[in-house]
Design a protein around this ligand. Structure first.
Ligand code: ATP
Ligand code: MG
Length: 578
């Protein structure tokens, strides 16, 4: 087999990067060279609509849709909706919105496993007729006991060899609703001594007398995953059926069902699922966080859901970039969340306009600046983007700076404002602190008295004198007021599942993962910020206008997307890698 082509760059002069190669791309390329599947590439993303999508799903989405994009193929969106008790229309809608937001398009190929229920039922009867499936009426507990263990073979059910006609009749009665839930199941007849426990006569159908969000009350028996998934892939003409490693043992069953039925047979390929530090990525756990109110819904900006990341201010580009960089492998690993944040910073650095906002204000009065005068100064919107232009910001006698930018008795390494010291106010003037006003009761510094040097307009001294710090600031009379929500990791440790003596991952929730600041003065240009708009607050981080905040009320709410401190870049530097 030839070496895979270099796919790091699109060959059309756009310089656009293509996903780096990985073992799945190698398989696809080899299949194309060999003419397998007539050179077709047809993948699918098969979510179960029992929760919102998370960043792990994004990895699978980018992989499946990315293959289709890069090899002139197709990718279907297929809802794996075989469990009516846990699935909801709300989830279907959120999944579609999230895949679209990530930048992928399934065109008219929106499929539902439930659309195949009639076909699946026919396939099940075919298996019975072939003597490859039978109706069992052991209880669930008995089925478990008969299954055996990893070291001991299972035991055959006494009903295993009942005549084909009898199984067929019972299966039809199951479908007709003549038996209660749990009384009968349809099982494949494979091998109760198989070393692969999944091959020990797995259940294919069970009775569930519940309505389904799409098929209503048409069915009271529902097919299980292992029966449904391979046949859905087959029906859709999928070529490469990509799933996560925990399905490795299911592959034998996937192949068995398709071979026994003699139908079109896609290839299942497993890859390692994404794990992220400080994060849980299991729907069951995410549901628990929502249901128990540990977070403010599925789109809480601390959630690793796509909707949470979106509300936090993540861009689809940064998530796609992350998914490319982590690659695709067959070995389980945990990715440092700092890499995800690094991808986000790189993207926002290019596109987010800079503005000034003060989170914890300290009032400054410029004593030699006339009252009622307003000096309009020019500020650069984005030094990384010449197209972004400039804006005008007002400078007045009364300003706000950040409390932490002043110390009355500064230690050696503190270079910001202190009594008698001169600093630069960004895009404005040099100012010198000449006095401190304190609360008579608490002794807390509540106001600074300063002077400014009019000759330093724009931020440079004509005599060449230097200052060691540049502070952000906001004009007090012009400031808009905003609520600012500071988010931190949702969990207090890298691996929230490593609970030690605690009871469960819920006990590892970080108690200070959200801090809300109200009444933060922000520069007046932000009065016209729109929902979802992203900014860099100079020196503080990236923030976005909370898209769910009530815009009509005129209330400004910002979510902190990410701070400016790039721990990933530091790790890379230390490791000596690019
Ligand atoms: P969970 O374990 O969170 O419940 P799931 O696998 O049950 O996830 P599905 O809706 O069945 O969720 O997943 C749809 C697709 O996304 C599957 O192909 C699955 O393998 C893939 N997927 C789910 N979680 C991850 C992950 N952490 N990393 C990569 N792919 C994932
Ligand atoms: Mg699943």
């Amino acid at each position: 087999m030839g070496k895979p082509e270099d796919r790091t760059q699109k060959n059309d002069g756009t310089g656009e990067r293509l996903a780096p190669s990985n073992f799945i791309r190698t398989i696809v390329e080899q299949d194309r060279v060999a003419g397998k599947w007539d050179g077709r590439v047809h993948t699918r993303f098969p979510p179960e609509p029992n929760g919102y999508l998370h960043i792990g799903h994004a990895k699978s989405i980018c992989l499946n849709f990315g293959l289709a994009r890069d090899y002139d193929g197709l990718c279907n969106l297929r809802f794996d909706d075989t469990n009516p008790t846990k699935e909801e229309v709300e989830y279907v809608e959120s999944i579609k919105a999230d895949v679209r937001w990530l930048g992928f398009d399934w065109q008219d190929r929106e499929y539902y496993a439930s659309d195949y229920f009639d076909q699946l039922y026919d396939f099940a009867e075919q298996l019975i007729q072939k003597g490859k499936a039978y109706v069992d009426n052991l209880s669930a507990e008995e089925v478990r006991q008969y299954r055996g263990t990893l070291t001991e073979p299972g035991k055959e059910s006494p009903h295993r060899d009942r005549p084909v006609e009898e199984s067929l009749e019972l299966f039809r009665k199951m479908r007709a609703g003549q038996f209660p839930d749990g009384s009968h199941v349809l099982r494949a007849k494979i091998d109760m001594a198989s070393p692969n426990i999944l091959m020990r006569d797995p259940t294919l159908y069970r009775i569930r007398k519940v309505s389904h969000h799409r098929t209503g009350d048409k069915w009271c028996i529902y097919p299980l995953y292992d029966f449904t998934h391979c046949l859905s892939d087959s029906i859709e003409g999928i070529t490469h059926s990509i799933c996560t490693l925990e399905f490795e043992n299911n592959r034998e069953l996937y192949d068995w069902v398709l071979d026994e039925l003699g139908v079109y047979h896609p290839q299942q390929i497993e890859f390692a699922r994404l794990n992220l530090t400080y994060t849980v990525l299991s729907k069951r756990k995410l549901i628990r966080l929502v249901d128990e109110g540990h977070v403010d819904g599925w789109d809480d900006p601390r959630m690793p859901t796509i909707s949470g990341l979106r509300r936090r201010g993540y861009t689809p580009e940064s998530i796609r970039d992350f998914c490319e960089r982590i690659g695709v492998a067959r070995r389980d690993s945990t990715v440092d969340i700092a890499l995800l944040e690094h991808c986000l910073r790189e993207d926002l650095n290019r596109r987010a306009n800079r503005v000034m906002a003060v989170l914890r204000p300290l009032k400054v009065v410029i004593e030699n600046f006339p009252e009622d005068q307003v000096e309009e100064l020019e500020a650069i919107n984005n030094p990384e983007d010449p197209e972004a232009g400039t804006r005008s910001i007002p400078f007045t006698r009364e300003l706000y700076i950040e409390q932490e930018d002043f110390m009355e008795e500064p230690p050696k390494k503190f270079f910001r404002l202190a009594p008698g010291r001169e600093v630069r106010l960004r895009y404005a003037f040099f100012i010198t602190c000449t006095g401190v006003v304190k609360d008579p009761d608490t002794g807390e510094v509540v106001e600074l008295r300063c002077t400014y040097d009019p000759a330093t307009r724009g931020g440079d001294a004509p005599d060449g004198r230097k200052v060691k710090a540049t502070l952000h600031w906001v004009s007090a009379p012009h400031a808009a007021r905003a609520e600012v929500r500071l988010y931190d990791h949702l969990f207090d440790r890298e691996n929230p599942n490593d609970v030690g003596k605690a009871e469960s991952f819920v006990d590892t929730l970080h108690p200070n993962s959200l801090e809300i600041l109200t009444d933060c003065p922000v520069e007046p240009s932000l009065k016209s910020a729109v929902a979802g708009e992203r900014f860099q607050f100079e020196r503080l981080g990236y923030f976005c206008v909370d898209p769910t905040a009530d815009a009509a009320s005129g209330r400004l709410v910002f979510n902190r997307t990410v701070t400016l401190r790039d721990t990933w870049a530091k790790i890379q530097k230390r490791g000596g890698k690019a």
